[in-house]
Design a protein around this ligand. Sequence first.
Ligand code: S3P
Length: 180
Amino acid sequence: MSDLRAVVFIGPMGSGKSSIGRRVSKRLGVSFTDTDSLIVAEHGPIADLFSARGEEVFRGIEREAVAEALTRGGVVALGGGAILAPETREALADHLVVHLTVSERTIASRIRGAKRPLLNHADPVAEWARIAEERRPLYEALADVTYDTSRGPLRDVVDSAARWAADRLGIALNERKTHE
Ligand code: S3P
């Protein structure tokens, strides 16, 4: 029987869940699903969803997107706040959870732009730090492994996470592409 566990990336906004998760999925030769993208495909931009319908409605939609993504398996990147839902935290017990962290120092260059409604704030970096700190115990409790993405080439994190997941899933890694 094949291993149906998904490799799930969690962590604060801007920690690299989508870009690293996508690259890890290629190394593992499995599908990649980003829950934010599932939501955008069905409902349009997340910032618009927040302003038109509010965060609570967004979280309900997000819970469903996470459940759908986990049934697909492969590699799944969750939105930073998806782990606020108790159902999601419970569901993650059946999967391999990779926690990404990033320092406050590094985050400023990664969170520019208006895509993240929670950071639409007078001091987006301070707000990011407050939210990240508030959620840290949840991320830490759910993590099977943690990588910091604050410095060094992301390729190193991709390599480590892909090797870690491949060992647990009992599958061989694809060669690294030179353009990655
Ligand atoms: C959120 C994170 C975002 C997105 C939404 C809310 C959060 O995803 O789901 O803006 O609550 O942390 P990323 O973590 O991919 O930025």
